[in-house]
Design a protein around this ligand. Structure first.
Ligand code: ATP
Ligand code: MG
Length: 194
């Protein structure tokens, strides 16, 4: 079995997080939970980098479309008016496009975060995808309020400050995609590793 302390996750501070001046605050929250930053860099992503980062499979894209349709239903908005279709597999690609445009709109900060249950703990620290549903005490709950109801009216992606991997497998895949081979650093944290 792998060393539980060595689980890694991939985190990216999105354009809204960078532009709100939250880089330090976000890193602080991981470190104070005894998680370790083992790689860190600011960069401007290319379109292709982002295109290859977000899943391209029909299932993921349709899920994006379905989530949008359920928001429209919940708030009584007219999806036909905004998208010209009610098919999730046609709405999904539109949201994906907004997402890529949003992610290109400012430099990002990418990092690898390591520690016990890093994937789940980082997602817990981040809070749920939709900021208006996020509890206070989470990054999204403390610093954002965006919702798909507003974002989709404005034809843009939901701004939710950070990206973090959903599973350890996805994390390893994303670390490889954004950092290639190497370029992560291990060290002993006082009080955590000794
Ligand atoms: P991330 O993958 O960025 O960590 P997530 O896993 O919480 O976020 P996903 O369902 O993977 O959320 O969606 C990816 C991103 O697409 C979201 O973080 C958000 O920016 C955007 N997004 C998701 N659903 C919608 C929607 N209905 N309308 C607009 N943008 C959306
Ligand atoms: Mg995701």
């Amino acid at each position: 079995m792998k060393d539980p302390k060595k689980e890694r996750t991939y985190v990216m501070i999105k354009p809204d997080g960078v532009r709100k001046g939250l880089i330090g605050e976000i890193i602080k929250r991981f470190e104070q939970r005894d998680l370790k930053i083992v790689a860190l860099e600011m960069f401007q992503p290319s379109h292709d980098d982002l295109h290859n980062h977000y899943p391209k499979d029909e299932e993921w894209i349709t899920r994006l479309g379905k989530k949008t349709l359920s928001t429209y239903e919940k708030y009584g908005y007219d999806a036909m008016l905004d998208f010209g279709t009610l098919e999730p597999e046609k709405i999904g690609p539109e949201i994906r496009k907004w997402l890529l445009d949003f992610m290109k709109s400012a430099p990002l900060v990418k990092m690898v975060v390591q520690g016990t249950h890093a994937v789940d703990v980082v997602r817990k620290i981040a809070g749920p995808t939709m900021p208006y549903l996020a509890e206070m005490g989470t990054i999204r709950g403390d610093f954002s309020i965006d919702s798909p109801a507003l974002a989709n009216k404005e034809k843009r992606a939901v701004a939710n400050i950070i990206h973090c991997s959903e599973t350890p497998e996805e994390a390893e895949h994303e670390i490889k995609h954004w950092f290639g081979d190497g370029e992560t650093y291990d060290y002993k944290r006082y009080g955590v590793d000794e």
